[in-house]
Design a protein around this ligand. Structure first.
Ligand code: PMP
Length: 322
């Protein structure tokens, strides 16, 4: 995360049912989620669009629908509906008077205080919004490795639900990659097929087809992944395949790129010391980056329903750009 230029203590967040400064939020040291990782989080972006003097939350309702559905895996249920969560998020952004790109981090967690791994019905949730720029510098393309760590399996900790504890797996892979001089990592499943990155999904281009591991490959069902699948099919008339991907397909692909809310579309130019394609960001990734930027900035009328402008009432969220 980039260095913060603002006073974190005074950041307004939504915590325990109220808007309050971050500096006044307290979490008990014996909170269940802190010890056992029993929380489910989300990651949402909002983009500042100068021409409209507007901040636009991207696919925010889809993020909250996913969050609510996946939290149920851990018996967690936010008291607010997906729509209400969108409005609270917009209000958090408004109260902070941001005029820049923002990252939103909702987190619901088991809040029982005490020792013992069993949880009960006590839970809390928060929504934090922070100014946020690029996540990984992928302008020259990313140099990554295949991790020695394996992606956590669905029957151990489901990857599809952004469960806090599962991110130990992501943190280990990221740390290992950076220590070895790579920018990031790709995780394989126990069976050896490609799963995803520590915080993003992965795509390959081979012979003009777009390929990505299917939803049974221990992936998070990414919203950016879904956006890219739709844009590639509709706007670029590409054939798309969701299927198991062998490790060696990474080495022979014409292009590889990552997708995720934070990384957006990140072209990969080197894997395990081997150049991907020509060793430069590929045509498909660059075209998708261009389309994605237009869509998230509320500049593509056909996708305006994915945009939630913060500075107007929610009833206007589906309206096309004025
Ligand atoms: N995989 C993992 C492990 C992630 O943490 C993320 C980031 N949320 C993604 C994929 C991408 O998902 P999304 O496009 O919904 O941000």
């Amino acid at each position: 995360m980039p260095k913060t230029q603002f006073d974190l203590e005074r950041l307004i967040v939504y915590f325990q049912g109220k808007f309050r400064p971050l500096g006044q939020c307290r979490i008990h040291p014996l909170t269940h989620a802190l010890h056992y990782g029993t929380g489910v989080f989300e990651g949402i972006r909002a983009y500042w669009e100068e021409s409209a003097e507007q901040i636009i939350l991207f696919r925010v309702e889809d993020h909250y629908r996913r969050w609510r559905a996946n939290a149920r895996i851990l018996d967690l249920e936010p008291a607010l509906s997906a729509r209400e969560l969108c409005e609270v998020t917009a209000e958090v952004i408004r109260r902070n008077r941001f005029r820049q790109d923002v990252y939103v981090r909702p987190l619901i967690y088991h809040s029982r205080v005490g020792i013992g791994v069993g949880y009960n019905d006590e839970a809390d949730f928060m929504i934090v919004a922070l100014p946020f720029g690029g996540y990984l510098d992928s302008r020259q393309g990313l140099r990554v490795c295949v991790s020695n760590w394996r992606r956590v399996a669905d029957n151990a900790i489901p990857s599809r639900a952004k469960i806090c504890g599962a991110y130990v797996n992501s943190a280990l892979a990221t740390r290992e990659a950076r220590r070895a001089g790579f920018q990031d990592a790709i995780l394989l499943n126990e069976s050896g097929t490609v799963s995803e990155g520590p915080g993003f999904n992965i795509f390959l281009v081979r012979g003009g087809r777009l390929i990505t591991p299917g939803v049974t490959e221990n992936i998070l069902e990414g919203i950016t992944r879904d956006t890219v699948l739709q844009l590639a099919a509709r706007e670029m008339q590409m054939q798309v395949e969701e299927r198991a991907v062998a490790r060696s397909e990474l080495y022979v692909a014409d292009e590889v790129f990552f997708t995720g809310t934070a990384v957006e579309i990140g072209p990969v130019v080197e894997i395990d010391g081997r150049s991907v394609g020509h060793g430069r960001p590929g045509k498909v990734a660059l075209e998708l980056q261009r389309l994605y930027k237009e869509v998230v900035h509320w500049l593509a009328p056909a996708y305006a329903s994915w945009c939630y402008p913060v500075f107007v009432s929610s009833s206007r969220q589906a309206a096309t750009r004025p």
